[in-house]
Design a protein around this ligand. Structure first.
Ligand code: CTP
Length: 404
C-alpha cells in the first residue's frame, strides 16, 4: 500500500456525523487501521442512528465517544478533561462524513457535542469531508459555511457528483474513501494547497502502436507515476488535465481525463490542450517508433513475416512551443542516467527533467516506489531517496513551484 510509512503509528481522531454516508466511515476506519494508524472515533448522537458504535469500536479497537457527559452522575468521577486529553492525543482529525449541520457548527465555533468540542480543542490539522443531498449541499448558507471553513485553514474534501440516497443525482456524495486517505496522507506529509489557480497538464502511461487489429508494440509503463502526479496536483488545489495511454490506474472524477492509444494521438491531444495550461509534465513513456503501416486484417502465420517496417514518431516534448509553459520531462535510463538526462534537458529545451533511476530495486515500472533525481535548467540537482510514488509526485510538484 502506497501510504503505509506515513500512517504507521499515527494517531487519528475520526469524527462521524449523522447522514447516510456514515456507514462509509466503517471502511475508512478499517483502511486507517490496516495502514498502521491508531484510530479513536467520536460520533454525534445522530450518527449513532445510522451506524452502530459497536461496529466502529470493533473496527478501531477503541471505545467510541458519543456524549460529552456520562449517562449518570455516578460515572463522572475520573473523566476530568477527557476532551482536552483526546484532542491533544490526535496527530490529525478527520470529520467524515460531516453534515451541513456540523459544518455550520464548526464554522461558528460551537462546542455543543463531544465531536464539536473536540474540534474546538484541537491543535493538530483538521480535515472535513462534507456530505448531504444535492439541494442541502448546494444550499447557499451551507456553501458559505464550507467556504468559511476553508478560510479558517481547514482542509475541505469536497463532496462528489453522483447518485444520491434520495434517488436524485448531483453533488453531495461523500468523497471516495481513497481520496479521503490520500488527502490525509497529504496533510500528514506537510503538503498544502499551494497549487491553487494553476492549470496543470500531465501525460501518463505507455502508448500502444498497432501492428494489426490484434497486436501492438507497447512498453512496460503502468501509468502510476503520472496518475499520482495528477492526484497530488489536484489535492494541492490545481485544475488538472490528464492524458493517459492504456492503464489500469484509476483517477478522481474531478480530473479531466483524455484516454489515448498511440503516440500520434498523444501528440495531437497534448498540442490541443497545451495553451490552456501553465505547466506540462510529460511523464508518459511515448513510443519512439511505430509500424510504418497498420495492417487492416490480422497477419497470418502462413505469411511468414520476417520483419516489421518502423518509422519514427514525433518527439512531442522537443516539438512543442514552450514559451508560455513550464515544461517538465522524464528520462528513463538504464545506463549513464545523469549524462543522458542532462542531454535531454538541453536538447528538448526543458525547465526541469526527472531522471528515473531504474537500477534501484523497487524503482520504476509498475512499482509503488521510485528513486528519482531532479535536474533543473539552472544546473541545480536534487537527489531523492527511494520513496512512494505519492511522495515522489509531491516532491516533483514542490520543485516546480520553487522554480516556476
Ligand atoms: N517523449 C516525447 N515524445 C516522444 C518520446 C518521448 O515527448 N516521442 C518524452 C517523454 O514523455 C519523456 C521524455 O521525452 O518526458 C524523454 O523520454 P525518453 O523515452 O526517456 O527519451 P527519448 O527522448 O525517447 O530517448 P531514448 O528513448 O533514446 O532514451
Amino acid at each position: 500500500m502506497i501510504h503505509n510509512k506515513i500512517f504507521k503509528n499515527k494517531k487519528i481522531l475520526l469524527g462521524i456525523t449523522g447522514c447516510i454516508a456514515a456507514y462509509k466511515a466503517a471502511f475508512l476506519t478499517r483502511e486507517f487501521v490496516k495502514l498502521g494508524a491508531e484510530v479513536k472515533i467520536v460520533m454525534t448522537p445522530s450518527a449513532a442512528e445510522f451506524i452502530s458504535p459497536l461496529t466502529l469500536s470493533t473496527l478501531s479497537g477503541n471505545p467510541v465517544i458519543i456524549n460529552t457527559f456520562p449517562a449518570s452522575q455516578k460515572e463522572s468521577t475520573g473523566l476530568g478533561t477527557w476532551h482536552i486529553d483526546t484532542a491533544l492525543w490526535a496527530d490529525i482529525m478527520i470529520v467524515a462524513p460531516c453534515t451541513i449541520n456540523t459544518v455550520a457548527k464548526i464554522a461558528h465555533g460551537f462546542a455543543d457535542s463531544a465531536l464539536t468540542t473536540l474540534v474546538t480543542a484541537l491543535r493538530s490539522p483538521l480535515l472535513v469531508a462534507p456530505a448531504a443531498d444535492v439541494d442541502m449541499y448546494l444550499n447557499k448558507i451551507a456553501q458559505k459555511n464550507i467556504q468559511s471553513l476553508k478560510d479558517f485553514g481547514i482542509n475541505i474534501i469536497e463532496a462528489e457528483e453522483g447518485e444520491l440516497a434520495s434517488g436524485l443525482t448531483g453533488k453531495g456524495r461523500l468523497a471516495d474513501i481513497n481520496k479521503i486517505i490520500d488527502s490525509t496522507a497529504l496533510v500528514l506529509n506537510g503538503f498544502s494547497h499551494d497549487l491553487e489557480n494553476q492549470n496543470i497538464l500531465i501525460t501518463a502511461g505507455p502508448t500502444y502502436e498497432d501492428i494489426d487489429p490484434v497486436r501492438f508494440i507497447g512498453n512496460r509503463s503502468s501509468g502510476k507515476m503520472g496518475y499520482w502526479l495528477a492526484k497530488a496536483s489536484y489535492l494541492r488545489g490545481a485544475n488538472v488535465t490528464l492524458i493517459s495511454g492504456p492503464s489500469s490506474e484509476t483517477i478522481y472524477p474531478e480530473i479531466k481525463l483524455h484516454t489515448i492509444r498511440s503516440a500520434a494521438e498523444m501528440e495531437k491531444t497534448v498540442k490541443r490542450n497545451l495553451k490552456n495550461n501553465d505547466v506540462l509534465i510529460m511523464s508518459a513513456a511515448v513510443a519512439d517508433y511505430t509500424p510504418a503501416k497498420r495492417e487492416v486484417n490480422k497477419i497470418k502465420k502462413e505469411n511468414k513475416l520476417q520483419a516489421i517496417q518502423l518509422r519514427e514518431t514525433k518527439d512531442i516534448l522537443a516539438s512543442i512551443d514552450k514559451k508560455e509553459n513550464f515544461v517538465v520531462g522524464f528520462a528513463l535510463e538504464t545506463e549513464n542516467g545523469l549524462v543522458n538526462a542532462k542531454k535531454k534537458l538541453k536538447n528538448k529545451n526543458l525547465d526541469m527533467i526527472v531522471l528515473n533511476v531504474l537500477k534501484v530495486n523497487k524503482s520504476g515500472f509498475d512499482s509503488d516506489t521510485n528513486k528519482v533525481i531532479i535536474l533543473h535548467k539552472s544546473g541545480d540537482k536534487k537527489d531523492f531517496p527511494l520513496q512512494s510514488k505519492f511522495l515522489v509526485a509531491n516532491n516533483i510538484l514542490t520543485e516546480i513551484i520553487k522554480n516556476k
